[in-house]
Design a binder for this molecule. Structure first.
Ligand code: HEM
Length: 220
C-alpha cells in the first residue's frame, strides 16, 4: 500500500480530533442558543451593550466567526490531501480574518467597561496573530509539519471565544458574575497557550517510542 493511501486511510478514521471538533461544534450550538442569538434582537441586553460600538463589534465578530468556521476545515487531513487548492484558498481567507479580527478585538475590549479583561484580550489576540503568522511563515518556507503545529497552536486562541461563553452559561459560574467570567477567560487562555504544545510534543514522544520499540523487537 502506498504512503498516500495509508495516510488517507488514517485521515478517514474517526479519532480524537474528530471527537474534539464534535464536542466543539456542540458547544458552538450551546453558545448560539444561550447567548449569541441575542445579537439578532435589537432590543436584547447584548445588542444594547454593544450599541455604542456596533460597527467595531461587527468588524471583530464577522471575520472572527469566519476564521472559527474555516479553521475547523483546515484541520481536515482529507480536505488537505484531496483538495489542496481549497485548503490553500481557505487558509488565505483564514489568515486575512485573523489579521482583522484580532486587532479589532483589542479595540473592542478598550471600549467596553471591563478593564480587568483588557490584558486578557491583548494576550489572546497577540497569541492568535503570532501563532498564525508563524504558521504562514512555515508554509511559505516549505515547513509543512511546523505549519501544522503552529496552526494547532493558533486556533485554540479562537476556540477560547466558544469555551469561555459555554463555561459562563453554566448557572453556578454565571452566578459568580465578573469573578466567574474573569476566571474562565484567564483559565481558557492559559489552556489555549499550553495544551497544544503539550499535545504536539507527546505526539512526537509517542512516535519515537513506537520507533524504539520496533528497533528493539527481535527480528524473526
Ligand atoms: C483573539 C481572539 C479574540 C479576542 C481577544 C476577542 C475579544 C472579544 C471581546 C473583548 C469581546 C467583547 C466581550 C464583552 O462583551 O465584554 C468580544 C466579543 C465578540 N467576539 Fe471576540 N474575541 C476573539 C475571538 C473571537 C472569535 C474567534 C470569534 C468568532 C465567533 C469572536 C466573535 C465575537 C463576537 C460575535 C462578539 C460579540 C458577541 C459576544 O460577545 O458574544 N471573537 N470578543
Amino acid at each position: 500500500m502506498s504512503a498516500t493511501a495509508v495516510s488517507v486511510r488514517r485521515g478517514s478514521r474517526f479519532g480524537s480530533k474528530h471527537w474534539l471538533f464534535l464536542v466543539f461544534g456542540a458547544l458552538i450550538v450551546v453558545v448560539w442558543f444561550t447567548r449569541d442569538h441575542l445579537l439578532l434582537d435589537p432590543h436584547s441586553w447584548l445588542r444594547q451593550r454593544y450599541a455604542p460600538i456596533w460597527w467595531l463589534v461587527m468588524l471583530h465578530g464577522v471575520p472572527g466567526a469566519t476564521a472559527l468556521f474555516l479553521g475547523i476545515f483546515q484541520f481536515s487531513s482529507r480536505l488537505r490531501q484531496r483538495y489542496a487548492k481549497v485548503h490553500r484558498v481557505m487558509g488565505r481567507i483564514y489568515v486575512g480574518c485573523v489579521a482583522v479580527a484580532a486587532p479589532a478585538a483589542i479595540v473592542v475590549a478598550i471600549n467596553l467597561p471591563i478593564p480587568t479583561l483588557l490584558p486578557a484580550a491583548i494576550i489572546q489576540a497577540t497569541g492568535w496573530v503570532l501563532a498564525t503568522g508563524t504558521a504562514l511563515y512555515c508554509i511559505r518556507s516549505g515547513r509543512i509539519q511546523q505549519h501544522r503545529e503552529w496552526m494547532m497552536r493558533g486556533y485554540p486562541f479562537a476556540m477560547v471565544f466558544v469555551f469561555v461563553r459555554a463555561i459562563d452559561a453554566i448557572p453556578a459560574v454565571a452566578q459568580m458574575g465578573l469573578l466567574g467570567l474573569e476566571a474562565s477567560v484567564w483559565g481558557c487562555i492559559a489552556v489555549a497557550g499550553l495544551l497544544p504544545s503539550f499535545l504536539i510534543e507527546w505526539q512526537k514522544l509517542a512516535a519515537v517510542r513506537g520507533g524504539v520499540r520496533q528497533m528493539a523487537a527481535p527480528k524473526a
